[in-house]
Design a protein around this ligand. Structure first.
Ligand SMILES: *Cc1c(COP(=O)(O)O)cnc(C)c1O
Length: 569
């Protein structure tokens, strides 16, 4: 179905121009069919927008269109990842707004248009998401492609995207009559150029600072976006703020995090520990923390939504109500889990022909494949793992995840997992689901028996997939990093792996052998015996994961903290 374009946002949303907050994010993932996200950051942004809508927070969200998405992943028999563009039809999901703005890039006028998709909250309130797009006949062929690929291309391509997002985004809001924005929220530094656009219209740095909120997501300096100063000058032209150079550049590079920090009055990390790590990285700034969440309604499986509707009415508007699950019949939770597990195992067997079993303890690991997440940690000592499997309790493992096209190490790790999977054929069932996305995530976090996370701390700023698991009564087994430091209650909401971080310890803890010893020890001494021999007690853990963690680690609680601490402070 083709939809006509609109001339004003008000044709779609009555009170669209009365927005106080503009939420900028390079990626936003609200629907598995709209492939404008790559992973945790985008899914978090999408969940946040959904909670804004549910809670009637007057927000307009701004992102890029990505006509070719991030990439579609295929893995061949040797474990090699192959990437191809994602095919999707933009006008099935959004409407074009008949309004254009321009930004100057390398002296050229680049035209930008916007598509709108809105999220309607449980109460009917609508939050528009503007998807900026440069695929316009007047632009030259290369500029038409600026908004094609999420995290594709080189430094120059990325900087052009960030100009479109930050500068183009602010201009688009103005052009659409959204001129009462009180706060510009930068979800990560990609949109930080918006501060320079504001600086052009505001009277001083202080008035810009009043208006800006910045959420940093990366606890390692290498993770922050940086651009060669020469490149920035040549692309930005006169907008380049030469007088601020010393504050926003490091070793001849513009650092987007420094830019965002310099111009934001409110700054936060995404978990308590991450706030602490960020304060050590940027001691000059006051950095708060607001721990991430997930959108309860999105990440609870259909079967759990039905159960909660029956047992905890009102949970969709007020997920704190999920604490009531603490008093629920444990076997209702177990039965609901079995339905989810059956659904997952059926899909896995159909897709991978791996002959997985409904009755075997199933470990899930799925996220971006990158070195610090250590996806292969479970296979550190294969002999020991097989021994646990043969003598303590059978294990089957399901993996999924993409490696960034330029992350050679990440791709090697996929190969390694595939090769171990083949090597262990007949001894342990292992499956790898291709093309990890929100659909597969939903299936996995609800269908496995335990959700595993093994990051090298303190690199996991927050992590959110373990919160999704908690919404489905799936206990978490994880290194104590990010949100898990806050959500972990040993043997109640799940289990830790490795030592507890000390309060002032913000350096990388790299002793994998300690972590792995603890991981095997927990599996053989506690987790597997409990699962196979004390189902009553096992379901208690499942119930606590929901009552204690799902009721708190959700984007409703998170958005309410942003509203009180960051937006209307
Ligand atoms: C939730 C989610 C993530 C984030 O997972 P982490 O384990 O928190 O890194 C990544 N990708 C997809 C598709 C997700 O749904």
């Amino acid at each position: 179905m083709k939809k006509r374009g609109v001339n004003h946002l008000s044709e779609i949303i009555d009170d669209a121009v009365a927005r106080d907050i503009a939420y900028f994010s390079m990626e936003i993932g609200v629907d598995p069919r709209i492939p404008t996200y790559s992973g945790g950051l985008g899914v978090l942004a999408g969940d946040t927008v959904k909670s804004f809508a549910d809670l009637k927070v007057p927000v307009v969200a701004v992102t890029l269109l990505f006509r070719k998405g991030h990439f579609y992943q295929k893995i061949d028999d040797s474990g090699m990842q192959h990437e191809s563009p994602v095919e999707w039809s933009v006008d099935d999901f959004m409407q074009l707004i008949n309004k254009k703005v321009t930004v100057k890039i390398e002296g050229r006028e680049v035209q930008i248009q916007a598509w709108v998709h809105y999220i309607q909250g449980v109460t009917g309130f609508k939050v528009p998401i503007l998807f900026l797009d440069t695929n316009i006949p007047d632009n030259n062929d290369s500029d038409k492609g600026i908004t094609d690929y999420l995290y594709g291309g080189d430094e120059r391509y990325r900087l052009m995207q960030e100009i479109v997002l930050g500068i183009g985004g602010v201009r688009m809001l103005k052009a659409l009559g959204l001129d009462s924005i009180k706060k510009y929220h930068m979800n990560e530094g990609h949109s930080a150029l918006l501060t320079l656009e504001l600086l052009g219209t505001e009277t001083s740095v202080d008035t810009v600072r009043e208006k800006c909120v910045f959420t940093t997501h990366t606890p390692v300096p290498a993770g922050h976006d940086k651009f060669e100063e020469g490149l920035v000058r040549s692309l930005l032209g006169e907008i380049w703020p030469a007088h601020l150079k010393d504050e926003i550049c490091e070793q001849g590079k513009l650092n987007m995090t420094l830019l965002a920090l310099r111009f934001s009055k409110y700054i936060n990390g995404v978990a308590k520990k991450h706030g602490e790590v960020s304060r050590t990285m940027f001691p000059k700034y006051h950095i708060d923390s607001i721990t991430n969440g997930v959108h309860s309604n999105t990440w609870s499986s259909k079967h759990f939504r039905d159960l909660y509707d029956l047992e905890v009415p009102g949970w969709r508007t007020d997920p704190f109500a999920l604490r009531k699950v603490a008093g629920m019949d444990k076997f209702m939770i177990w039965d609901t889990h079995l339905k989810n597990k059956k659904k997952l195992i059926d899909v896995v067997n159909k897709e991978t022909n791996s002959g997985m079993d409904y009755d075997i303890f199933t470990i899930g690991f799925a996220r971006r494949f990158t070195e610090y997440k250590r996806p292969d940690l479970l296979f550190y000592d294969i002999g020991r793992l097989l021994n646990i499997n043969d003598n303590i309790g059978a294990i089957q493992i399901i993996f999924s995840g993409k490696a960034h096209p330029k992350d050679g190490q990440g791709k090697e790790t996929i190969k390694k997992i595939i090769s171990i999977k083949n090597q262990l054929k007949g001894r342990m069932k292992i499956a790898y689901l291709e093309n990890y996305d929100m659909d597969i995530a939903r299936l996995l976090v609800s269908g496995v028996d335990i959700w595993l996370n093994t990051p090298l701390r303190p690199r996991e700023a927050s992590g959110t997939s373990g919160m999704k698991a908690a919404h489905n009564g799936v206990p978490h087994l994880s290194v104590l990093d990010g949100w898990w430091i806050e959500g972990h209650i040993e043997d109640i909401t799940g289990w830790s792996i490795g030592p507890r971080p000390k309060p002032d310890e913000n350096e990388t803890f790299a002793d994998s052998s300690k972590d792995v010893e603890d991981l095997y020890h927990k599996l053989e001494s506690r987790i597997l015996p409990l699962y196979y021999k004390d189902r009553d007690n096992w379901t208690r853990k499942m119930r606590s994961a929901i009552a204690i963690n799902a009721s708190f680690f959700n984007t409703h609680r998170m958005v309410q903290q942003y509203v009180t601490n960051a937006y209307f402070e």
